[in-house]
Design a protein around this ligand. Sequence first.
Ligand code: AOS
Ligand code: ZN
Ligand code: ZN
Length: 388
Amino acid sequence: MSLTPAAAAALDRQAIELPSWAFGNAGTRFKVFTTPGTPRTVEEKLADAAQVQALTGLAPSVALHIPWDLVDDFGKLAAYADDLGLRLGTINSNTFQDDDYRLGSLTHVDPAVRRKAVDHHFRCIDVMHATGSRDLKIWLPDGTNYPGQGDIRGRQDRLAESLRTIYDRLGPDQRLVLEYKIFEPFFYTMDVPDWGTAYAHATALGDRAVVCLDTGHHAPSTNVEFIVAQLLRLGRLGAFDFNSRFYADDDLIVGAADPFQLFRILAEVVRGGGMDAGSGVQFMLDQCHNIEDKIAGQIRSVLNVEEMTARALLIDRDALTAAQEAGDVLGANAVYMDAFWTDVRPWLADRREERGLPRDPVAAYAASGYAEQIAAERVGGRQAGWGA
Ligand code: AOS
Ligand code: ZN
Ligand code: ZN
């Protein structure tokens, strides 16, 4: 196993943001299984995230969801995070839990409802100023269920206007990150269903509007790495929401369902400069742990991202380019697959050890007694969001 110095430096730079909501109870529409020790407060979510960072060194920041993570003093929360060795990261808005948004939020026909949704985003921007966050991530639940229910074009026009108002409120170092999703909660149209729509809105807004690619938000068999390559080429890939899926938006541990797809995605990230210093691509997890331990689940996930990044960085680019340019179909594919099939796990364990980290962070977490400690201390933990 040997990475070029540039590839090793890229791996050193890797930072993966954890979602605060991954630490709360989550479930399916059928059942939420509660876990002993579930955080009761934002501070407790941060304390759990700090375990992931302490054991892996890969996850220095935490994304917040407003209003789930609302506190009186975000400056104080940022200082608390700092004490834990963390930073507060992306601020996620939420327009999916209010009855007023039943038929839309930023796209709603009623200007008063749109105003309310825009004001919510203004509040998120205020939070960003207090936390020092760069990114406002907008995932909209807006859409329709029946043909004819809404005016597709009119909804796009209203969306563009609402996004413009929000964008213009951002500070000069802040970004608007627009996430797309093919379906759910609506099943006929979503107002931001695909990367093309997100890209069109982002480019209309300005340089600081970028796209978030959630790996679970596409139709089955979509070539996600192609989208990655294209958005990087266009300079608009702002963030990933990493998770894995077998069917739809399953929000499972990243790399669990299809490690090869994760490799292919990360290979395009490397190729497109997404791992370069100052690239602006934010790597985030967006997962819900329903039946598994949440902290261990997050540890597994960041390790999976690191592992596939290391493999992607191993691709012998010179050999690959030579084979591609020579029209050597099988040769090029062999270079690519050699990197994928290289087992980097022992090397990554050695690397962790050299840095004073456990060789096996999942085992170290299990042995740490933290899970037992929080189970004893915390009573009445909350489901992600709904109790906020
Ligand atoms: C929803 O499907 C999106 O993936 C969001 O990014 C995210 O999961 C949500 O904002 C948190 O529940
Ligand atoms: Zn997402
Ligand atoms: Zn999702």
